[in-house]
Design a protein around this ligand. Structure first.
Ligand code: HEC
Length: 130
């Protein structure tokens, strides 16, 4: 393949997966493929496609995004007030016990109790596979 024709996005993806692989050796980074299976618990209410809001807001680009900022989604007052940036740490805490982390939010979901399931899920949301 002629390298000059690799789109910039693909190169970036390559760098991101290298960074991910590096993190995997340092701490137990998640496995996006396993995370996709965990994500099945979310699909009734969420879509990974941009702009697709269901019962919950689109989760496109959720890792690194500020909380309650999806256009056109009617967030609860509790979620609007949370003022979080969704990084692996805040997502991990929220997804363990959504109601404990943000009392009064409207996500009617018990949480993902297993730490490894959450790590895999967050890895998937960072780099969704089809
Ligand atoms: C029963 C429906 C439902 C399920 C299942 C569900 N969610 Fe949600 N989720 C919501 C709703 C509704 C909100 C908005 C809550 C609010 O405004 O208080 C939300 C909000 C969120 C947010 C904050 C989004 C933002 O833009 O700030 C994240 C992150 C999230 N959900 C992740 C997940 C993940 C990951 C799963 C699966 C493990 C999941 N949710 C399962 C309904 C659901």
């Amino acid at each position: 393949m002629n390298i000059r024709f690799v789109p910039a996005g693909l190169k970036l993806l390559g760098v991101a997966s290298l960074a991910l692989a590096g993190a995997a050796s340092a701490q137990t980074a998640g496995d996006p493929l396993k995370g996709k299976a965990v994500y099945n618990r979310c699909v009734a209410c969420h879509d990974m496609k941009p702009g697709v809001n269901k019962i919950g807001p689109s989760l496109n680009g959720i890792v690194g995004r500020k909380s309650a900022t999806v256009p056109g989604f009617n967030y609860s007052p509790a979620m609007k007030k949370a003022g979080l940036t969704w990084d692996p740490a805040t997502l991990d805490a929220f997804l363990e016990k959504p109601m404990k982390q943000i009392p009064g939010n409207r996500m009617a979901f018990v949480g993902v109790p297993k730490p490894e399931d959450r790590a895999n899920l967050i890895a998937y949301m960072k780099a969704p596979t089809k």
